[in-house]
Design a protein around this ligand. Structure first.
Ligand code: ADP
Length: 482
C-alpha cells in the first residue's frame, strides 16, 4: 500500500476539528493532531507532514504568524488556514502570506477533502518542478565540469607536445606544469616538480635572472646559455589569475650562424682596411704632386669623403666584432663626466653650425664606474653624435647624468624627429636605420648596435623612449661597483 500523506491539524477544539478527524482518515490521509505550539514544532521536525491545517487562532497565538515562521523553514510545505468565520481580508492575508489555501466554517466533508487534495496536488507540482530544475542544473554543472576536465587534458597534451619549452607557474613562482621539452632542456628526467619553487628545481643562473626581472613588466626576452654551447631565447608572460609562463626556444643554430657571419665580416673588414688606407694616402699625395683645377679638387674631396665613410664603417664593424667576441676586458675606474667633456669638445663645431642649444646636467654625487674608458667614450660619441645629427638646426640636446641607488643614469634627450614606435625596438640592431630619419642624414646603422654591445659588456641596460615629432631620449643604466 502506498504511504499515506500525513496531515497535521493545529486547531483549537471545535466541531470542525471533530469533522476533520473523521473526514481526512476516511479520504485516506494519515492524521496528526497537535494541541500546542511545542507539539506543533516537534511534529514539524520529526514527522515531515505533507500538509498542515492551522487555525487563525491556535491556542492563544496568531495562526498567520506561526505559518510565516514555518514557511521560512519549510518553504514548500502546503498550509491551509482555517477560521471560524469568513472575515474581510482573511482569505487575502492567507494568500499574501504564501499559504496554499483557506477554509472557514461552516464546512462540509467534501469542502475539507477537496481543499486538502487541491493543495497537495499543487505542492506536488511544485516539488516535481523543483526536482526537475535541480536535476537540470546539476546535469549542466556536471557537463561543464566534464567539459573543462577534457579541455584540461587536451591543453596538457598540446603543451606536452610543443617543441618549445613551456613552464607554467603560480603567483609564487611554484611549478604548475612543465612540458617534455623543458625536462629535456634541463635534463630533469621524470622528477615530480609540481608545487615546487621553479628556482629550486631548475638551478640555472640565466633563468633565475629572468624570474627576478619577471615582476618588472609583462614580457621579457632573455637568453639562457648552457656550458655545452646551447642557447635558448626565453620569454616570461604573466597569466592573469594563475601566475606566469616561461617559454623557451632553441636558438643555438641562429647563434652559430650569427657567429659565422660575424667572423666573416670581421675578416673581410680587416682585409679591406689596408687598401683603403693606401687609397686615402694616394689621394693626399695627388694634391701635393701638382696644381689641380677646381673640378679635380672637388672630385678628389668627394673621393676622400667616401673613403673616410667606408673607413668609419669598417672600423665600426671591427669594433662590433671585437665587442661581440668578448675581447673588451679592460676595466678601470672611469668618471663618466670627464669622458663626456672630450666627447662634447669633439661635437662643438657641429653644435655651433646647427645652432643647437646644448645643455649638460651632471649630478655632483656621480660615482665612478669600472669600465673601459675608450668604450665609454665611443658610447657617448655615438649617443650624443646621433642626437646632434638627427636634430634640426635650432633644436635642443640635453645630456644628463645622475645616480639612482648603485646605478648611474645617463640620458641623452633631443628635440629631433622621433622614432616610429614600431621601430624603436629595432634601432639597436646592426645596420638598422629607421624610416623617418634616413633621408639626407648619413649613417651606417651600426652606432646604436655598438652602444648596446658596450652597455651589455658593462652589465648595463640601454633603451629608447621617443615620440614622433617631439624627440627621443636614449637612457643608459650602468652599475657602479664599489
Ligand atoms: P646611424 O648610423 O644610422 O645613425 P645608429 O645605429 O646610430 O645608426 O642608429 C640607428 C637608427 O636609429 C638611425 O638610422 C636613426 O633612424 C635612429 N636614431 C638613432 N638616434 C636617433 C635620434 N637621436 N633621433 C632620431 N632617430 C635616431
Amino acid at each position: 500500500m502506498a504511504k499515506q500523506d500525513l496531515i497535521v491539524l493545529a486547531l483549537n477544539p471545535s466541531p470542525t476539528l471533530d469533522l476533520m478527524e473523521h473526514a481526512l482518515p476516511a479520504a485516506g490521509f494519515g492524521l496528526g493532531i497537535v494541541h500546542n505550539r511545542s507539539e506543533l514544532d516537534r511534529a514539524m521536525q520529526e514527522s515531515i507532514p505533507a500538509l498542515l491545517i492551522i487555525g487563525d487562532k491556535f491556542v492563544d497565538q496568531d495562526g498567520l504568524s506561526i505559518s510565516a515562521g514555518i514557511l521560512e523553514r519549510f518553504p514548500t510545505l502546503p498550509i491551509i488556514l482555517y477560521a471560524d468565520k469568513d472575515t474581510t481580508g482573511f482569505a487575502k492575508s492567507a494568500l499574501k502570506m504564501g499559504l496554499s489555501g483557506y477554509l472557514y466554517a461552516p464546512l462540509k466533508m467534501e469542502d475539507i477533502v477537496g481543499e486538502v487534495q487541491r493543495s497537495l496536488a499543487r505542492a506536488r507540482q511544485l516539488g516535481d518542478w523543483l526536482r526537475r530544475e535541480v536535476k537540470r542544473t546539476t546535469a549542466s554543472l556536471a557537463e561543464k565540469a566534464e567539459f573543462s576536465e577534457s579541455e584540461r587534458h587536451k591543453l596538457e597534451a598540446i603543451i606536452a607536445n610543443i617543441q618549445d619549452g613551456v613552464v607554467v607557474m603560480d603567483r609564487n613562482k611554484n611549478v604548475i606544469l612543465v612540458n617534455r621539452a623543458v625536462r629535456t632542456i634541463f635534463n630533469l628526467g621524470n622528477k615530480e616538480l609540481a608545487g615546487k619553487p621553479l628556482a629550486d628545481v631548475i638551478s640555472n643562473a640565466d633563468l633565475k635572472a629572468l624570474l627576478d626581472r619577471a615582476s618588472d613588466g609583462p614580457l621579457k626576452y632573455h637568453e639562457i646559455n648552457f656550458d655545452d654551447g646551447r642557447v635558448f631565447n626565453a620569454q616570461y608572460t604573466p597569466i592573469p589569475k594563475i601566475g606566469g609562463a616561461v617559454t623557451m626556444q632553441d636558438i643555438s643554430y641562429l647563434k652559430e650562424l650569427d657567429r659565422l657571419k660575424s667572423d666573416f665580416i670581421h675578416t673581410v673588414s680587416h682585409d679591406l682596411r689596408s687598401p683603403l688606407t693606401s687609397i686615402l694616402g694616394y689621394t693626399e699625395l695627388v694634391e701635393r704632386t701638382g696644381p689641380l683645377n677646381a673640378n679635380q679638387q672637388e672630385f678628389l674631396h668627394r673621393l676622400q669623403g667616401s673613403v673616410q665613410h667606408i673607413t668609419t664603417l669598417i672600423n665600426d664593424l671591427l669594433d662590433l666584432g671585437r665587442l661581440e667576441a668578448g675581447f673588451d676586458t679592460r676595466r678601470e675606474l672611469v668618471q663618466l663626466e670627464n669622458v663626456l667633456k672630450y666627447s662634447l669638445d669633439m661635437f662643438d663645431t657641429q653644435v655651433k653650425k646647427k645652432n643647437i642649444k646644448l645643455t649638460v646636467d651632471v649630478a655632483e654625487s656621480l660615482k665612478g664606474v669600472r669600465a673601459n674608458p675608450i668604450r665609454i667614450r665611443q658610447m657617448l660619441d655615438n649617443l650624443v653624435g646621433n642626437a646632434i645629427k638627427y636634430t634640426q638646426p635650432e633644436g635642443a640636446v640635453r645630456v644628463s647624468m645622475s645616480m639612482q641607488g648603485d646605478q648611474i643614469i645617463l640620458k641623452v634627450d633631443d628635440t629631433g624627429p622621433g622614432i616610429p614606435p614600431d621601430e624603436q625596438g629595432r634601432v639597436f640592431e646592426k645596420f638598422y636605420r629607421a624610416t623617418n630619419t634616413v633621408d639626407g642624414v648619413q649613417g651606417s646603422g651600426l652606432g646604436l648596435a655598438i652602444v648596446k654591445s658596450i652597455v651589455d659588456s658593462h652589465q648595463g641596460r640601454v633603451w629608447v623612449e621617443s615620440t614622433m615629432g617631439k624627440g627621443s631620449s636614449f637612457i643608459v643604466l650602468l652599475p657602479v661597483q664599489e
